[in-house]
Design a protein around this ligand. Structure first.
Ligand code: PA5
Length: 429
């Protein structure tokens, strides 16, 4: 379950500002649900939850089960919306320092040559017992032509063909559009397995399609529970969207007030990648026409030792969104030590969750006193269902907020500019 507490942020606003922004939030919501706003042909991420397709979930689970049984390494090759959602969920719900199934490695999300070279060397190197590693690759690209992903895919499939010959084709799964694009031509030529990204869902809204769900299932996470968590959020907010509207109204009012940066902060390191997914979802959706709040990501308390000074006393252009997990998911506590040579016995018996909670409350008080408006989103526990709910909350809140600014949330015309300049310099025909 999610709760959204806007009381601190609200205390920074007078009634008149808030009421006007609430009107804009209501307008944004209407644009979205009545499909009357610009970009309404991209609302398939809602339809997906309105009419769940269990057959697809099952198909994904079946392929994932085979990969989990056979693979040592599963490479997820994609950029932006084609990998951030999967990474967010996998990092949130997987154990640290051990693989619950194949090792998951990301590629195709930059053009770093050393990374790719090291990755190729790593997959070619035999296991400790001398046998070859079993590699599976999921290339994910809606357009089928994104340079970062295509370059990495070329190098890895060549390596896999060198390792396995023709059998490499059975180890490559492509997630792309129904038709068009170079990837579809390769699928036809090589006979790769294929999952379809629905045409009415943009990359950053695609985590609950095969784009995100296949890697998530390969990581051993229950995609049924995750997906139906999002479905239950869809039904809840369809009946009563008050929490989303309040959140939107607050952000809209803070945007009007000159807040230009939203520091999306978690207190659990597991959720940092989830912040990265939110960052892309919001950044690519709202940053247009000279509008929007720049989404930045922080993991506390780590980043209190790097960004904390600025947040507390730097230029007052920030708001913060805290993503909080209420119930502990670890019971580790501080031990009592004889002699107390490090003077920590005053904390003996306390769990790390209790200490972390005090750190969060202390941070909230300090930052509020430092004039930073704070919105707090709390999930009661870190599990599939709540992460599913949180995904839909953010998708909906992003769509509504961006419409409240009078902008189309679902395109990204600015991203094309760097591509055009880069391709010109590279001499692409
Ligand atoms: O959200 C988006 O639409 C983008 O971030 C895309 O996901 C990203 O650019 C990758 O595009 P593609 O899946 O076509 O390779």
């Amino acid at each position: 379950m999610i709760t959204c507490d806007v009381s601190i942020a609200r205390s920074f606003l007078d009634d008149e500002t808030y009421i006007k922004s609430r009107g804009r939030a209501d307008f944004g919501y209407q644009q979205l649900v009545t499909k009357k706003g610009p970009g309404s042909e991209w609302l398939g991420w809602r339809d997906l939850l309105a009419k769940p397709n269990d057959a697809i979930l099952q198909q994904i689970e079946e392929i994932a089960a085979t990969i989990r049984k056979e693979a040592d390494i599963f490479i997820v090759c994609g950029i932006g919306g084609s990998y951030l959602g999967a990474k967010a969920v996998i990092d949130a719900l997987s154990p640290h320092f051990q693989n619950n199934g194949p090792e998951i490695i990301y590629s195709g999300h930059h053009i770093g040559g050393k990374y790719l070279e090291d990755l190729i060397a790593y997959i070619k190197a035999p296991k400790a017992d001398g046998s070859a590693k079993s590699i599976y690759l999921n290339v994910i690209s809606k357009s089928g032509s994104t340079l970062e992903t295509a370059l990495s895919f070329r190098a890895i499939r060549e390596t896999m063909e060198g390792l396995y010959g023709e059998e490499a084709n059975n180890r490559i799964i492509c997630t792309t559009s129904q038709e068009g694009g170079i990837l579809n031509q390769l699928i036809e030529k090589k006979g790769y397995k294929k999952f379809i990204i629905p045409g009415d869902i943009g990359g950053r809204f695609s985590v609950l399609t095969p784009v995100g769900l296949l890697p998530i299932a390969v990581a051993g996470i229950n995609i049924q529970t995750l997906f139906y968590g999002a479905v239950s959020a869809y039904r809840k907010f369809d009946e009563d969207a008050e929490e989303v509207l309040e959140y939107t109204a607050l952000r809209n009012a803070l945007h009007e007030h000159g807040k230009t940066i939203d520091v999306i902060s978690c207190f659990e390191p597991e959720l940092k990648s989830f912040g990265g997914w939110i960052q892309q979802l919001m950044g690519e959706s709202e940053g247009k026409e000279g509008k929007g709040i720049f989404p930045s990501v922080a993991a506390f308390s780590t980043d209190l030792h790097s960004l904390g000074q600025f947040i507390q006393q730097g230029r007052r252009s920030l708001l913060e969104t805290f993503i909080v997990v209420d119930k502990p998911f670890s019971n580790i506590s501080v031990t009592e030590m004889e002699g107390d040579d490090d003077s920590l016995n005053y904390l003996a018996g306390k769990t790390f969750h209790e200490i972390n909670t005090k750190a969060r409350i202390g941070t909230t008080q300090a930052h509020q006193e430092g004039d930073v408006p704070i919105i707090t989103l709390t999930i009661d526990a870190l599990n599939e269902e709540n992460i599913g709910e949180l995904i839909y909350f953010y998708e909906l809140a992003t769509g509504v907020f961006v419409y409240s600014l009078g902008v189309n949330p679902f395109n990204q015309p600015g991203v094309e500019d760097y591509k055009k300049a880069m391709y010109r310099l590279l001499g692409k025909k």
